[in-house]
Design a protein around this ligand. Structure first.
Ligand SMILES: Nc1nc2c(ncn2[C@@H]2O[C@H](COP(=O)(O)OP(=O)(O)OP(=O)(O)O)[C@@H](O)[C@H]2O)c(=O)[nH]1
Ligand SMILES: [Mg+2]
Length: 305
């Protein structure tokens, strides 16, 4: 059998492949360079277009810089300080305004009529037959007396804190956000409960959270619909007298367990509500019959529309 021996090719395939690769790479590089050239041209054009603007800006800035250089440094620093302080004041004022609370707390002994008052303010009805509250009753709403008013009215967040002695500490949870306190007193059963009423009121009026923030308080002499109800003047005098006595006994045992954050009144003078750091006012009302105008007024005074 004859075999044809082919002569070995002089063309090396690897060399050809390498050459082809080289050509492709060169083409890519050429394209990239062309692209870059185009960008460079564009940037150049932009630079030329922006040149007049740059000159104009320099001209504008030149005058104020010259002017600033002429002002003595002290005057300049003073002007900057005034600007900074007024900006800070403006910001803090806006912040303060935004965080102004709309919370009003209704508190007082059990059975004084807080829950009836709460519903009267909300719905204009008394929800007869309420039972002793075991939980704070709260809601955010428009006062019923203002339901016909037009325009923007700020909603009120009302919290009725139960008067049961075990639940009274709940008040502390709400005090930090309070814009005002309505302290409800049963004007019918005032005398038999006066000691308890005064102790609770005294504790509230001496709390740091109340004194420091000067939270206004309204003593609401409730159940004024009954003829046997005591007048607000009688109740005010009686409470002031009782606070006077309580103050003396509390300061005598100040080293003992009962400790109040602040003391009330002026030492050596008979106690009067006018001596309190926070504003204390007194009004008559009847949650049952809907005579709650003074309470509504107090709320609006401290929750601005
Ligand atoms: N005559 C009269 N009775 C009222 C008035 N307000 C409330 N009452 C009555 O007093 C009782 C107690 O009322 P509530 O509103 O439940 O008392 P509260 O203060 O919420 O009591 P606690 O939830 O236990 O803290 C109820 O029988 C009411 O009908 C009022 O203005 N006049
Ligand atoms: Mg209640």
């Amino acid at each position: 059998m004859d075999f044809v021996v082919r002569p070995k090719s002089k063309i090396d395939p690897d060399e050809i492949r390498a050459l082809a690769m080289q050509v492709v790479q060169d083409q890519h590089r050429l394209k990239a360079m062309e692209g870059m050239e185009r960008w460079k041209d564009l940037l150049e054009q932009l630079k030329i277009q922006l040149e007049p603007w740059k000159n104009q800006l320099e001209q504008w800035l030149h005058q104020p810089i010259e002017y600033l250089n002429q002002i003595p440094p002290i005057q300049l620093y003073a002007a900057i300080a005034v600007l900074l302080i007024s900006t800070l004041l403006l910001l803090s004022f806006r912040l303060f305004k935004r965080t102004k609370s709309n919370t009003i707390l209704i508190t007082g002994l059990s059975g004084s009529g807080k829950t009836v008052l709460f519903y009267q303010l909300r719905d204009g009805s008394s929800h007869q037959g309420t039972v002793t509250s075991m939980e704070p009753n709260e809601g955010t709403f428009m006062l019923n007396s203002e339901s016909n008013k037009k325009g923007k009215i700020k909603l009120v967040h009302l919290v009725d804190v139960p008067g049961h002695s075990r639940l009274q500490p709940k008040l502390d949870e709400f005090l930090p956000q309070a814009a005002g306190i309505v302290f409800v007193v049963d004007s019918l059963e005032f005398l038999p409960n006066s000691r308890l009423v005064v102790e609770y009121l005294y504790d509230i009026l001496t709390k740091a959270s109340v004194v420091k923030k000067k939270i206004p308080l309204l003593i609401c002499c409730n159940k004024s619909d009954k003829v046997t109800a005591h007048t607000k003047e009688f109740i005010r005098k009686q409470i002031e007298k009782e606070i006077d006595k309580l103050r003396a006994s509390r300061s005598a045992i100040s080293a003992a367990d009962i400790s109040n954050d602040f003391t009330l009144g002026v030492p050596g003078e008979a106690f009067a509500f006018s001596q309190c750091r926070n504003k204390v006012t007194i009004a008559e009302a009847s949650g049952l019959t809907g005579e709650v105008e003074r309470v509504g007024q107090f709320i609006r005074e401290h929750v601005k529309p």
